[in-house]
Design a protein around this ligand. Structure first.
Ligand SMILES: [Zn+2]
Length: 377
């Protein structure tokens, strides 16, 4: 990186940080999300199984932690072929009574540190029954014990390692944009969605945002039919192997917590996603934790553009797939600043609700007796 680039990044930081000081809140101990925190957490796993799924472009480990033994399945076709045979169960036919499989994909965007903190707290609940605050989650732990739960706590460790912040509560959204999407070599913020015009993000880069791995690949917008990044391939490979019933791809944004519906999935999955999104908001209201005031309409999930990682996971695995966007607590709209406790609750309540849904009659599909992967109305 030429020295002029370093200087422009530093100047930009100085401009952004003084304004940040006034409202910023210290990041509490329980809000652990650094790459070394992930290493420590997986090192402390005793009840689950840790696997190295990939080595990132920058040479960092990408782990999965799984709980509950994997029930066997019979597979005679890949998912696309199975679904087009009108027998999606040909992809993964499990015996009646097999455990539901929930897969959590966190830390795809390295600056969305909240997602890693949520996943590490989930792992702690699976290990001890309590989160890193010491708060017990008995229902979550009990329900999860009836699942196969597969957690990728930090899919993009390169991006996370590049981000000097451990939280954004009380900081201006532009600080988050700086760390998330990065800057040009002249110090101009690569705001969303302009940032996506450049991929891989190489060349005119001052600070490479946490969106990207060390090769400039944004896993969420990778070439889904021919992934550039080993990290993307690892997520897809694991989803294909596990044949999960449900995959939640966990992200953060500057607004309140909400589910985003996938665009390139069957209409029945969009409807079911909307039901789950609505239900999550109701639960959040009941728990007194701020969440988005509304859920996206089916119309918002129109297939106008291109598929992202969440859509791709469905097409490869047949799982019900949804993106979750949790809050970051930026100061620009103070009503959104719910603090680190609230952010963590946003994530853990979301996981608990998904576990509840997965164990109900009909499970994630919402229709008893309908086989996994069958989204025909
Ligand atoms: Zn994101």
């Amino acid at each position: 990186m030429p020295p002029c680039v370093l200087r422009s990044s530093a100047v930009l930081l100085l401009v952004l940080l003084p304004a940040a000081g006034a409202l910023a809140r210290p990041v509490p101990e329980f809000f652990r999300s650094r790459v070394e925190d992930v290493g420590e957490a997986v090192g402390a796993v005793t009840r689950g199984v840790v696997r190295l799924e990939a080595v990132s472009a920058g040479g960092r480990p990408v782990y999965s932690v799984s709980y509950g033994e994997a029930d066997p399945y019979r597979r005679t076709a890949n998912f696309a072929s199975a679904a087009l045979s009108h027998h999606p169960e040909a992809f993964a036919l499990r015996a009646p009574g097999a455990k539901p499989v929930l897969m959590v994909v966190a830390g795809v965007h390295g600056a969305e540190v909240e997602t890693v903190a949520g996943a590490l707290n989930l792992i702690r609940v699976m290990e001890t029954g309590s989160d890193l605050r010491g708060r017990a989650w008995p229902e979550l732990a009990e329900k999860a014990s009836r699942f196969r739960l597969v957690i990728m706590p930090c899919c993009n460790p390169d991006g996370r390692a590049r981000v000097a912040k451990d939280g954004f509560v009380g900081l201006p959204a532009d600080t988050m944009h700086y760390y998330g999407q990065g800057t040009t070599s002249a110090g101009k913020l690569y705001n969303w969605p302009w940032v996506k015009e450049f991929h891989p993000m190489v060349g005119d880069v001052g600070f490479l945002g946490g969106y990207f791995n060390d090769q400039g690949v944004n896993l969420q917008c990778d070439d889904m039919f021919f992934p550039m990044a080993e990290e993307t391939r690892a997520i897809l490979r694991l989803a294909r192997l596990e044949a999960p019933d449900f995959v939640v791809n966990v992200h953060s944004h500057e607004e309140r917590g909400e589910f985003l519906l996938c665009a390139f999935v069957p209409p029945a999955m969009k409807l079911r996603s909307k039901e789950i999104a609505d239900r999550y908001l109701e639960v959040m209201k009941k728990e007194g934790v701020p969440a988005c005031h509304f859920t996206r309409s089916i119309e918002d999930a129109r297939a106008d553009w291109a598929m992202d990682l969440t859509d791709a996971v469905y097409h490869l695995s047949g799982a019900m797939c949804i993106t979750f966007e949790g809050p970051q607590g930026c100061s620009d709209s103070l009503e959104w600043a719910i603090g680190y406790e609230g952010i963590l609750d946003t994530h853990l309540i979301m996981y608990r609700e998904l576990l509840r849904i997965g164990l109900e009659p009909g499970g994630f599909r919402g229709k008893p007796g309908v086989r996994r992967g069958n989204w025909k109305e």
